[in-house]
Design a protein. Structure first.
Length: 658
C-alpha cells in the first residue's frame, strides 16, 4: 500500500518500478535518513508481495467472530487480526448497525496517521547524559482500524470482510487460503468430477412467513464445492426472500349466479388482488312520466340490460307495443298505452353494477345481490405458479434464482455457472412454499458398493426372468401359476392381506420391532462405572521448581450449557409394510455449545451424531424423515457476579431465560 506522508524533514525515494533489490552502504559516505526510509519500504514491499500470494485483502487470520441479529440488523464483531494492504492488522471489537433489507457488507475502515512527539511526548529521546536528551527524533506511522458498514462516513479506506443478505450472514472461506494450491485443486476437481456438488449437509427447509410476508428458508451447516472451490457453512443460517410472483391479469371472468350471497371461486388461483366484480342486479324504481306524450323517462341507474315490468296501479304495460328500452330510459314512443303525463309508475329493471366483494381469499370471495341465472364478471390479478432454485455461489452467498411463471407445467431455471443448486422451491403463493432437495451430492465408496450390489441383483433377476420365460415357452401347462419374488422390496406382496413377515435385504424373515425410552428421572448427569485409579507410571524425582502461572492470570472459563433432555432416542418409521420397523431405525444425539460476544450469549448445536442419514439425488423421489419436535429446557451457568446477559439466542431466535 502506497501511503502519502506529509511530514517536514521526511524523505523516501523508494519506487517499486526501479527494481532496486538492496541498499549497498559504503564506508566513508554519510548515511541518509532517506536511505533508512527506503530500507523500510523495500522490506515492506517484499513481505507484501509474498503475503499477497497467500492472502487477499479482507481475509480473517484469527478472531473477528461476527453475530448478526436478523430482525434488527445489529452486528457484534469480536476483536482479531485481518490481512489488509500487505500486512496483518489488529482490529478491536465493535458494534455495527446494518439494514436487514437487501445486500450489504461489514468491513474494516483502515486509516494511517503520522504521530510525532507533539502527539506522543514519549517519542522524545530518552537517553540521559547526552546532548540529544529530550530532543525529537523519528516520527511514527500509526494504523487505526475500526469496524463499520459499507458506505459509512468513517475515515480511512474500506475493506469488506463479511457479506449480509436480508439479515442473513453469507458463508466465508476459512483462513488462510493458499490461492495457488486452491486453484490447482479446483482445476483437478473440475476435470475429475465436474467441480459442482454438495459434500455434506446444506439441507434446506422452509419456515413460516415472517411478519412482513417474506419467505424464510433455513439452510443447514455443511460443505460444498462450487466450480472446484471449497465453500463451507459452519452454522445454520436463515435466508429471507421477498415474495415476487409473476402476475397475470384476468379480465371479466364469468361465473353463473345461483344464489345471494354466493361464494365465487377463481378459475386461476391464487389471486393477488381483485380488480372489479360486476353483477347483474335487479331494482324497482318509481318514475314520473314526462310532460308530453311519447317522451322517454330516464332510469336512476346506468348499464341497464332489460326491463322486467312496468306497472301503474293495476295496469301492466306491454313491452314493444307500449314502451321500449332505449339506452337507460323507458321510451314511450311506440304509441300504445301510456301513463298520464305527470303521473308516477313503477318499473322493475335489471342492470350491471360494480360491487365490492367480501371475504376475499387467494381462492374465492363472496358477493351478494346477483340475479340467479345471470353472469358474475370478475377481473383480478392471478399469481402464476413458478419453480425457483436456491443456489450457493462460489463467493459463499446464497440466493434464490427465479424461474418463469406459467399457467401449466412451470420449468426450473438454469443454474448460474458460478453456483450450485441446493433445493427447488415450488411457489404456490398460498403460504409456506414446498421445498425439495435438488442438486448433485457426493457418493461415498459405501454407496457405490451398494449400487454395485444392486446391479448384481438386477443381473441375477434378469437371468431368472429369462429362465422363467424359457420354461414358460417350453411347457406352458406345467408352469401355470409359477410365482417368482426376488425379495427386493414389498412390490410383489399382496397389499390386501395382513403381512406378518418382513422383506429385508433380499431375505424373507421375521420382523424386529424397536421402541425408544427416555433417560430416567433419577439420572441428572452422565455417569460412569465405579473405578479405582491405579498408578501405572510415576516420577518421584525432581530437579527444580518453576511457577507455571506466577501471576495467577487466568482466562475466564466459558459458560456451561446443559439441556434437559440432553439425549433423545426415538423410532421413526416409513409408511409401508411391517418391514419398515426393521429396516429404518434412527437415533439423534445432541451436544450443546455456545459462545459469548460482547455480552450476548449465542447457543447452538455444536455436534449432531446420526445413526442413519438420508441423502437425495437430483431426480430421485424419497420420503423425507424429520427429527421429532419435543420441548427442551436449558440451563446456563458459569458467569461471574455482576455479569448480566443482554439476551440469549438459539439458532438466531431470541429465547427467554428465567
Amino acid at each position: 500500500m502506497t501511503t502519502s506522508i506529509n511530514l517536514q524533514g521526511y524523505y523516501n525515494r523508494y519506487s517499486a518500478a526501479n527494481d532496486y533489490d538492496a541498499l549497498l552502504f559504503r564506508a566513508g559516505y554519510v548515511l541518509q535518513s532517506a536511505e533508512l526510509n527506503e530500507l523500510q519500504s523495500q522490506a515492506d514491499q517484499k513481505l507484501a508481495d509474498v503475503a499477497s500470494a497467500i492472502l487477499h485483502d479482507g481475509d480473517v487470520v484469527s478472531g473477528c467472530a461476527i453475530a448478526v441479529d436478523a430482525s434488527t440488523g445489529a452486528c457484534s464483531v469480536a476483536s482479531g487480526k485481518v490481512f489488509i494492504a500487505g500486512s496483518v492488522r489488529n482490529v478491536p471489537s465493535g458494534s455495527v448497525q446494518i439494514s436487514v433489507i437487501g445486500s450489504t457488507s461489514v468491513g474494516v475502515y483502515m486509516q494511517q496517521v503520522v504521530v510525532t512527539e507533539l502527539q506522543d511526548p514519549s517519542l522524545l529521546d530518552p537517553a540521559v547524559s547526552v546532548r540529544n536528551y529530550k530532543q525529537p527524533g523519528a516520527a511514527r506511522l500509526q494504523t487505526v482500524c475500526q469496524w463499520g458498514p459499507a458506505g459509512a462516513n468513517l475515515p480511512g479506506d474500506y475493506y469488506p470482510i463479511y457479506y449480509v443478505t436480508n439479515g442473513a450472514l453469507q458463508t466465508t472461506s476459512p483462513p488462510p487460503q493458499l490461492d495457488a494450491v486452491a486453484t490447482a485443486i479446483a482445476s483437478y476437481d473440475r476435470d475429475n468430477s465436474g467441480g459442482n456438488y454438495v459434500v455434506s449437509g446444506l439441507d434446506v427447509q422452509a419456515l413460516p412467513l415472517d411478519a412482513s410476508g417474506n419467505q424464510i428458508f433455513s439452510i443447514g451447516a455443511g460443505k460444498a464445492r462450487v466450480n472446484g472451490y471449497a465453500v463451507s457453512l459452519s452454522t445454520s443460517i436463515r435466508l429471507a426472500n421477498a415474495q415476487d410472483p409473476d402476475l397475470l391479469p384476468v379480465t371479466s371472468e364469468p361465473t353463473q349466479a345461483t344464489s345471494s350471497p354466493q361464494t365465487v371461486s377463481f378459475a386461476l388461483p391464487p389471486a393477488q388482488s381483485v380488480t372489479t366484480v360486476q353483477i347483474t342486479t335487479q331494482n324497482t324504481a318509481t318514475l314520473t312520466h314526462g310532460s308530453y306524450t311519447g317522451c322517454a323517462d330516464a332510469l336512476p341507474n346506468t348499464s341497464v340490460l332489460s326491463i322486467v315490468s312496468v306497472k301503474q296501479g293495476t295496469t301492466t304495460y306491454t313491452a314493444g307495443s307500449d314502451y321500449l328500452l332505449t339506452g337507460d330510459s323507458v321510451d314511450w314512443s311506440p304509441g300504445g298505452a301510456e301513463p298520464a303525463t305527470g303521473s308516477t309508475y313503477d318499473v322493475v329493471y335489471q342492470f350491471i353494477e360494480a360491487v365490492q366483494p367480501s371475504n376475499v381469499t387467494a381462492t374465492n370471495f363472496s358477493v351478494a345481490g346477483a340475479v340467479p341465472g345471470t353472469l358474475i364478471l370478475t377481473s383480478y390479478v392471478s399469481m402464476l405458479p413458478r419453480i425457483d432454485l436456491l443456489c450457493l455461489y462460489q463467493d459463499g452467498s446464497i440466493k434464490v434464482v427465479k424461474g418463469q411463471g406459467t399457467l401449466y407445467s412451470p420449468q426450473m431455471p438454469s443454474v448460474p455457472p458460478d453456483a450450485i443448486s441446493l433445493a427447488a422451491i415450488y411457489q404456490n403463493w398460498t403460504g409456506v412454499p414446498t421445498v425439495q432437495p435438488y442438486g448433485t451430492r457426493t457418493v461415498t465408496m459405501q454407496e457405490m458398493s451398494a449400487l454395485q450390489a444392486q446391479l448384481n441383483s438386477v443381473a441375477e433377476l434378469l437371468a431368472l426372468t429369462r429362465l422363467q420365460t424359457n420354461a414358460n415357452q417350453r411347457a406352458q401347462a406345467p408352469v401355470v401359476g409359477v410365482y417368482v419374488d426376488p425379495f427386493l422390496d414389498d412390490s410383489q406382496r399382496d397389499a390386501g392381506v395382513a403381512q406378518t413377515a418382513v422383506v429385508m435385504r433380499g431375505v424373507l424373515t421375521l420382523p424386529v420391532t424397536a421402541d425408544s425410552f427416555g433417560m430416567g428421572s433419577d439420572v441428572s448427569a452422565p455417569a460412569v462405572n465405579p473405578s479405582t485409579n491405579v498408578v501405572a507410571i510415576s516420577q518421584t524425582l525432581r530437579t527444580g521448581v518453576q511457577s507455571v502461572n506466577p501471576y495467577q492470570n487466568f482466562t475466564p472459563p466459558p459458560a456451561q450449557v446443559s439441556l434437559n433432555p440432553a439425549v433423545d432416542r426415538f423410532t421413526q418409521y416409513q409408511s409401508g409394510n411391517i418391514g419398515s420397523s426393521t429396516e429404518y431405525y434412527y437415533g439423534q444425539i445432541y451436544a450443546p455449545g455456545g459462545t459469548t460476544i460482547d455480552g450476548t450469549f449465542y447457543a447452538h448445536w455444536s455436534t449432531v451424531t446420526s445413526l442413519s442419514v438420508n441423502t437425495f439425488l437430483a431426480g430421485s423421489t424419497v420420503q423425507q424423515t424429520n427429527i421429532r419436535q419435543i420441548p427442551v429446557s436449558f440451563t446456563i451457568k458459569g458467569f461471574g457476579a455482576g455479569e448480566i446477559l443482554d439476551k440469549v439466542l438459539f439458532d438466531g431466535v431470541t429465547v427467554t431465560a428465567s
